[in-house]
Write a protein that binds this ligand. Sequence first.
Ligand SMILES: [Zn+2]
Ligand SMILES: [Zn+2]
Length: 102
Amino acid sequence: MGGVACRKHGDQFGQVACKHVVLAVYGVSRLSGEPVEFTVDYLDDGRWLATWSACEDCARALGALAGGVISGSKTERPGFSIACGVCYRDWRSRPASSSEDP
Ligand SMILES: [Zn+2]
Ligand SMILES: [Zn+2]
């Protein structure tokens, strides 16, 4: 998996996520609802796995369920990119944004 250069954290391992999640991680926009995390089996033999994150719409488009595994052959879809893994974890550990006061 490729790394990513974060303005805050420098070079980090990336978290693959749909563009909506990436924008939410960087605070550009907000995600309605929780992101769906699922496992991609790139070679369909269980040896090369990665956790991806997507908004509900993108996860549905891939046929991915939370905690499920999808075939790597489905990952040619556009619209996915990579967020800084540290920013992603920080964002995920925040309380739900719906109950957040400015
Ligand atoms: Zn999305
Ligand atoms: Zn970062």
